[in-house]
Design a protein around this ligand. Sequence first.
Ligand code: ATP
Ligand code: MG
Length: 438
Amino acid sequence: MTEVEKRYAELMDHLPVGVYRNTPGDEGRFLEANPELVAMFEAESREQLLGCRVNDLYVDPGQRKVFCEKILRHGFVREHELELKTLKGRRLLAEVNATLKRDKGGELYIDGVIADVTERKRAEADLRRACAELARSQKALKSTMRQLLASRDQLEQAQLGLIQAARFESVATLAAGVAHEVKNPLQIILMGVDYLDANLPPESGDLAGVVGDIREAARRANAIIREILELSVAARLDRREADMNAVVERSLTLVHYEAQAARVQVVRDLAPSLPPVLIDTVKIEQVLINLFLNSLQAMAQGGRLTVSTRVERARDAVRSNGASTVGEGGEHQFVAVEVRDNGPGIPRELLPKVFDPFFSTKPVGVGTGLGLAVVRKIIDLHEATIDLANGAEGGVRVAMRFRARSPTTSVMPVPDAPKRQRTAIRPASRKAAILEAR
Ligand SMILES: Nc1ncnc2c1ncn2[C@@H]1O[C@H](COP(=O)(O)OP(=O)(O)OP(=O)(O)O)[C@@H](O)[C@H]1O
Ligand SMILES: [Mg+2]
């Protein structure tokens, strides 16, 4: 062996990859193999490996066929993956780089290197699995985060509800006390005005106008007192089975004049039939009228007021301190009523205040700020729910849900079209007059 041959033999012996020379075809055999290759295939000796058919080292001899076809066609293969087995039967994943050669006699042979990539492939597969698992965990984490955020929002709402309820109770108690004290003197003033009116001499001139103004002011004060008392004594409900569509129609009839005056188009989107609800119809009419008037006042330059009713199925909504939560129990039927306008909506920062008694953005004489406070009180007494928010396309959207009488109770037909009625109402007493007109 020459010096150069010795150096090459040493290099081959110490390379950490399997180096081989073999012949192609079904009966192909190894002509050369370095110690790493002998070890890779768990052969007892180099001679044992050279003695076996290359095909015997394939898990699937079909793969050998594909390999040979490829190298015969292209003259080489790069990073070709093979599933091989050792002489002791242990499987391994190999990566082969090889070149096709021809000897002096014209015979074809293959020179190549084989790397055992079993561990690397397993690690890659593990990594892929871990990545998929991570992606799944990330998704689960995101969904948990979303749930947490939703719970936090609900908690904030509940807290807000509690604060509002507490504030409401103290203001309502104080106001009711004052109202009781003022009610009787006010009656005396009204009676006195009636007396003066009846006894005014014909030549009294401006006096009739002054008395009329006093009566109007006293009436308005009386209407406010009525609403304040409503906040404390509304606990007495006269509940009967009723058809919500009929209640909506009656309430719309009562604001027909106001809607016309404000050039507001009223759109009815009522369910063809609804199960009955157990409500105090007079009080729910009051709720609807307050909501309609708020919308009409917000759309003084014209707009659209939409009232819709529908049946909903949901888990029972249990009210606790003004906040609605889903309770235990199974599914129930609800009658949902929605009042929507396309007015300017309510500034975000004012939204938490609108149910407060005496909160109003309207000029004195137009709004007292009791409308929504009374609405909330009546809705609470009915163990119903109310949500007031700005609509996605502007305006205000008030959604209420009443528990249906019974899921099996027969449905009620839509009432006949409302009768048009009303006479003009003076602005200062409009709301009181509407409520009195029922
Ligand atoms: N549909 C609506 N569009 C715009 N703002 C509204 C609407 N509904 C209520 N608001 C706002 O909420 C406030 C409180 O309403 P609420 O009905 O309690 O009192 P009010 O209408 O001002 O007075 P009252 O109803 O006693 O005559 C209103 O002053 C108004 O700022
Ligand atoms: Mg109002």
